[in-house]
Every structure is written in C-alpha cells, then in structure tokens.
Ligand binder design. Structure first.
Ligand code: MG
Length: 161
C-alpha cells in the first residue's frame, strides 16, 4: 500500500445576486461567491487537494476559467472528474479534512450537510470526512465578509499490484 497527501486552498469574493454554494450545498444567504464556475470554494479546494496528492497539477490546468464550457459550471463535476482520474491511476481517497473560513453566514447549521455531501462525492463514510468552520476574526478580507476561503487536506492510497 502506498499513500500520498495533498492540500488545496481557494478563496472567492462574496457579492449580491449570486447563490452561495459550499461543498455542493446551497446555503441560504443574501450573497454568493463570484467566479467563472459556481465558485464553490470548498469543492475547488478539495479538488485541488486530490489533484495535488496524485501529482496531477491543479484545477486551473484542467478547468481553465477562460473556457466557456465551465461558465457557471456545477463544481461537483470538477471533483467527480478529477476523482475519476485518480481512480484510473489506482488512487482512492482515505480521508478528507476541510476548514472553511467565513465571517458570515454562520456555518454551524450547514456543516453536517456539507460533510455528508463531500462524503457522498468522494465515496467515503461520513466519519472519514471532517468539516471545520472558522470566522476571519473580523480582520482581513474574510473577516470583513468580503470573501470565503477554504483549506482542504486529503490522504489517498493505492494498493500495490
Ligand atoms: Mg476557485
């Protein structure tokens, strides 16, 4: 058995008139994240962590924001396609740990739903996925409520032939 670890980080700006989607879960809030795709910072960080663990580059290499195909795209597509690439190479996710940085909205009520969605997308049991929420302590772009960020770490394994 061999193991690799990968990390991913993403930040998107908050603005009125956009749906807020975090980890594939629609969150009730008057603002949403701005980006070429649905701007799901959680799924982007998790996808980058998976790609990083397998040495497959980053989400911008595979899904450039200059490509009209990814305009308003559902970011679950980026994650599931990237995971399929790993699986084809014999890699499988072991566990995932995610920290979401948001001053608002309070993520306590949606952490369990995000965890369940991430577990479903990665084919993991819920106890192999952890979602933590931090505020920005009212400083910086996150603390002022201008952006939401996410950091993800994933472990992957491959059974030796
Ligand atoms: Mg992004």
């Amino acid at each position: 058995m061999s193991f690799r670890v990968g990390s991913g980080h993403d930040t998107h700006r908050l603005a009125e008139g956009r749906p807020l989607i975090l980890g594939g879960v629609r969150v009730d809030y008057p603002k949403g994240l701005v980006g070429h795709s649905d701007a799901d910072a959680v799924l982007h960080a998790v996808t980058d962590a998976l790609l990083g663990a397998a040495g497959l580059g980053d989400i911008g290499d595979l899904y450039p924001d200059t490509d009209p195909r990814w305009k308003d795209a559902d970011s679950t597509l980026f994650l599931t396609e990237s995971l399929a690439r790993l699986n084809q190479l014999g890699w499988w996710a072991v566990n995932l740990d995610v920290t979401v940085f948001a001053q608002e909205p309070k993520l306590g009520p949606v952490k369990a739903a995000i965890r369940a969605k991430l577990a479903e997308l990665l084919g993991l049991s819920a106890d192999a996925v952890n979602v933590k929420a931090k505020t920005g302590e009212q400083v910086g772009h996150i603390g002022r409520g201008e952006a939401i960020g996410c950091h993800a770490i994933v472990l992957i394994e491959k059974k030796e032939e």
